[in-house]
Design a binder for this molecule. Structure first.
Ligand code: IMP
Length: 421
């Protein structure tokens, strides 16, 4: 029987997936898998008042028992990887025999990040607002079939040959814009040093996961970013460069394996970077209250997140595309700071040839709910939640046609209401 579940963010990322993955991994799962993206993701988990921040290694590693896997769908910045391994070891979280990296994963190299910054700064007003980590350019080189993969690290001749091609390409552009050139020898030295250190973690993760399925191990796939940032389903071009919703090809598992896709929905909306956000809250005093209470600042870049009301139209789109049947609603406690809560249930679409949920001229149609204006962070049972909170959550579930399984009411691992409503 299939024993794989997948967690995906249903909006523009930062839905609090890290906490949900950590909560579920700790209880029900043996293996946690990252299948796309790179160190552009920021997963924050609070355990016993210790805050852990990871950008690349799956948060399941924090359970101290689960195996963590980075598949071929991920782009790997070796520097970040080594920093995170050292960070975990310093916190007495063992990675030996618990972290596995696909031999076929692609590398994100220093010049990818440099190029990302260059392009973002050049375009200025029209920039995507990326994390400047180089994600789009590592994936571009993958698609161009010239990138380095993890396995190439162990063949220094091939590695150097590929680096020469890449360096030549980027140096032409860097030269034109006065950016320091790629130093081949330095790059090669850094790569060789990293190769030695990561060697014990590298394997065929497809085989590892297939064997795990045979042994009835429970696997949790951990999506990074969110469906509305997906390269195919998102608000193109204001998207990330990987497919959040493609949990099959990116993970090495197939559609018969994955039994359950769980969506993570924040009780309100946020977005970092540029692009459409029709439910963005214009009243800065309300947005600021939510931002402060929810600590809505980017984990990777520290940027202020844009704040908006929940957009059920966009969520329904994401949920139907991913086949989501149940959701975890996060940061519900944050809405205690507002008197009234708006929810977008439809758009007035402009007259255009195609109806597009990402048209910036869509006008949101809201309905309003009273707020609960009380601290709910200590509540652990559905029955004990204020009626106003339950009405809000039941409305969301009914509108989206899903079941709510978890309501997160605070930052700590155990600030959670498990729902059997
Ligand atoms: P990139 O992934 O760095 O190329 O950035 C593309 C878009 O995705 C930008 O709008 C980023 O702000 C956004 N983005 C990337 N990673 C995350 C994330 O983990 N959370 C929220 N937004 C993200």
């Amino acid at each position: 029987m299939a024993s794989v579940s997948c967690i995906v963010g249903c909006s523009y990322g930062d839905e609090g997936k890290g906490k949900i993955v950590d909560f579920l991994s700790q209880q029900d799962f043996d293996i946690t898998v990252r299948y796309q993206g790179g160190d552009n993701a920021g997963h924050t988990v609070s355990i016993n008042n210790n805050v852990f921040k990871l950008n690349l290694i799956p948060t399941g590693i924090l359970t101290g028992k689960n195996i963590a896997v980075l598949t071929h769908g991920v782009v790997i910045n070796l520097k970040t990887l080594l920093t995170e391994i050292a960070y975990l070891e310093k916190k007495d979280i063992t990675v030996k025999d618990r972290l596995f990296i696909s031999q076929n994963a692609h590398l994100l190299l220093s010049f990818h990040a440099k190029y990302d910054s260059l392009i973002e700064n050049l375009n200025n007003q029209e920039s995507i607002g990326t994390t400047k980590k180089g994600i789009g350019y590592a994936y571009s080189d993958k698609i161009k079939r010239i990138n380095l993969q993890i396995k190439d690290l162990f063949d220094s001749e091939l590695c150097y040959k590929k680096l020469v091609v890449l360096a030549e390409y980027y140096n032409k552009i860097f030269q034109e814009y006065g950016v320091p050139l790629v130093n081949l020898d330095e790059e090669m030295a850094a790569i060789s040093h990293a190769a030695l250190q990561i060697k014990p973690f590298v394997c065929d993760t497809n085989k590892l996961l297939r064997n795990a399925i045979k042994k009835n191990k429970k696997i949790l796939l951990e999506g990074a970013q969110g469906v509305l940032l997906d390269i195919d389903y998102g608000n193109y071009p204001y998207v990330t460069s990987s497919s959040v919703a493609n949990f099959y090809t990116n993970s090495g598992l197939n559609y018969l394996d994955i039994a359950n896709v769980i969506g993570v929905v924040k009780a309100y909306s946020t977005r970092v970077g540029n692009g459409v956000f029709v439910t963005e809250i214009e009243d800065e005093s309300i947005a600021d209250k939510i931002r402060e209470k929810g600590n809505e600042y980017g984990t990777v870049t520290g940027r202020k997140r844009r704040i908006g009301w929940l957009d059920l139209v966009a969520l329904k789109y994401a949920i139907s595309l991913c086949g989501i049947k149940s959701i975890a609603v996060t940061l519900v406690d944050v809405l205690s700071v507002v008197d009234r809560i708006k929810v977008c249930v439809d758009y007035n679409y402009p007259e255009t040839m195609f109806q597009d949920i990402f048209n910036p001229n869509n006008q949101p149609i809201y309905i309003e709910f009273p707020g609960w204006k009380e601290d709910i962070s200590q509540i652990r049972n559905w029955e004990d939640l204020p009626n106003t909170t339950k009405i809000y959550l039941r409305f969301i579930a009914k509108f989206l046609g899903v079941k709510i399984t978890h309501v997160s009411v605070g930052r700590q691992r155990d600030d959670m209401v498990v729902v059997n409503d």
